[in-house]
Design a protein around this ligand. Structure first.
Ligand SMILES: [Zn+2]
Length: 106
């Protein structure tokens, strides 16, 4: 049996994963194990008027505007997912990020 360590170069890929909607987990604010609900984190909508977006638009202007190479052929078949746990007693949210799962079932 091989035990996967942190410096193992390839991340283990899980194809299909079933997870419980509610579980008991450690809450850093309550400092005990509490009942927490699981949800999939979704990125918010980008604001066009944000400082970084305006700077990026200014950088991209004119001849030779692209500052970094565009990714044309992607090697990965999955995207990294972020799970969001919400504490039921204090509503504190913790994230578990960087999971590569093809299909997640909650
Ligand atoms: Zn809590």
């Amino acid at each position: 049996m091989y035990i996967y360590t942190l410096n193992y170069p390839f991340q283990e890929q899980i194809n299909h994963m079933k997870m419980q909607k509610e579980m008991r987990k450690f809450c850093p604010r309550c400092k005990t194990h509490t009942a927490q609900t699981l949800a999939l984190y979704k990125r918010g909508k980008d604001r066009a008027g944000a400082e970084g977006a305006r700077r990026h638009a200014e950088d991209k202007k004119g001849y030779g505007g692209q500052k970094f190479p565009e990714l044309k052929r992607t090697a990965k078949t999955t995207k990294k997912m972020t799970l969001r746990y919400t504490c039921k007693t204090c509503q504190y949210r913790t994230m578990k990020e960087g999971l590569r799962i093809r299909k997640l079932e909650i």
